[in-house]
Design a protein around this ligand. Structure first.
Ligand SMILES: C[S@@+](CC[C@H](N)C(=O)[O-])C[C@H]1O[C@@H](n2cnc3c(N)ncnc32)[C@H](O)[C@@H]1O
Length: 293
């Protein structure tokens, strides 16, 4: 409890304020607190005695902080991970603000809110390398990496995700940030990756390929089995100068899982962990590696 972050001078930029799962805060391992101005989002991963006192402390702090208009709680340990507002009123269309770009988040729906804060180093890297490039964004979800690529001057971004609703949010994310001509540089394929190789091969080669799958998602993707299938198809999609951003968000698999899969590629660099996501178990955090053929 005493390790709760100080709530003042929050500013506009979205970020993680408390990453309990990183295990640096005894007693708070089941808590995450995120700032999406003007909303504090508190996520509980377990039902614990201190949940109510934590909320009471945050509500008290919010009353003294004019930057916070609402506190929303998500209980990930409950079926469907419901969200509820415990203080104030959240805006109708809340946004994540990052590096001058805006992204829609959903605080009224269950499950994921649509924006992964720990992918910031990936978005920064893509933005810094995308100028004039053709980008393939696999597992694009709400297309935050595509928005970052186009902000960085990408010539074209092809987003692929099997979730058409996530892609619809992705399209809106582009419209939020760019004029119609710039938006037309992004396209969207609502397909299962494993049934789409032909379509992707026809448009190859890509200068940048982003691979950011879930760790395990029912029958759609299972890292231990399916990541290797992507590797087998990669030569059809790359050129000799392509860069590959390969990500892995599976706490049970360490970085050697990726480096051995990419044994035939050159590892250029490993992106730093997002600030605010410090973790006592470094292998548990999101891993983002850059490879080239
Ligand atoms: C970790 S999220 C991607 C996050 C995204 N790159 C970002 O930074 O916001 C994983 C996504 O993979 C998609 N997915 C899972 N299996 C898939 C498959 N077989 N084909 C296409 N998309 C898939 C899910 O719908 C989900 O949106």
């Amino acid at each position: 409890m005493d390790r709760l972050p100080t709530i003042d001078d929050l500013g506009k930029e979205c970020r993680r304020l408390l990453h309990g799962r990183g295990e640096y805060f005894p007693g708070l391992e089941h808590v995450a607190i995120d700032w999406f101005s003007p909303v504090l989002l508190v996520t509980f991963y377990a039902e614990k005695e201190n949940n109510t006192p934590i909320l009471d402390r945050l509500i008290k702090a919010a009353k003294d902080c004019s930057e916070i208009t609402a506190i929303v709680v998500q209980e990930r340990h409950l079926p469907k991970a419901p969200k509820r507002t415990v203080y104030g009123e959240a805006p109708e269309s809340p946004l994540a603000h990052e590096e001058g770009l805006n992204y829609r988040i959903a605080l009224d729906r269950n499950q994921n809110h649509g924006f992964f804060l720990d992918m910031k180093p990936g978005r920064d890297w893509v933005r810094g390398h995308a100028s004039g490039k053709r980008v393939l964004n696999l597992f694009s979800y709400t297309c935050s990496l595509s928005v970052a690529a186009i902000a960085g001057g990408a010539k074209e971004v092809i987003n692929l995700d099997m979730a058409s609703r996530a892609l619809a949010t992705g399209r809106r994310n582009h419209q939020l940030n760019f004029d119609p001509a710039t938006c037309s540089r992004a396209s969207y394929l609502a397909h299962d990756l494993f049934k789409s190789w032909g379509k992707l091969k026809r448009r190859a080669p890509y200068d940048i390929i982003i691979i950011d799958p879930p760790s395990n998602q029912g029958r759609s993707f299972y890292a231990e089995k399916d990541y290797a299938k992507i590797l087998r198809r990669l030569p059809d999609l790359t050129g000799s100068d392509s860069l590959i951003l390969a990500c892995l968000n599976a706490p049970h698999l360490d970085v050697s899982f990726l480096t051995s899969l990419f044994a035939d590629y050159k590892l250029k660099t490993r992106l730093p962990r997002a600030s605010g996501f410090e973790d006592l178990r470094p292998q548990a955090a999101l891993k983002c590696l850059i490879f080239r053929p």
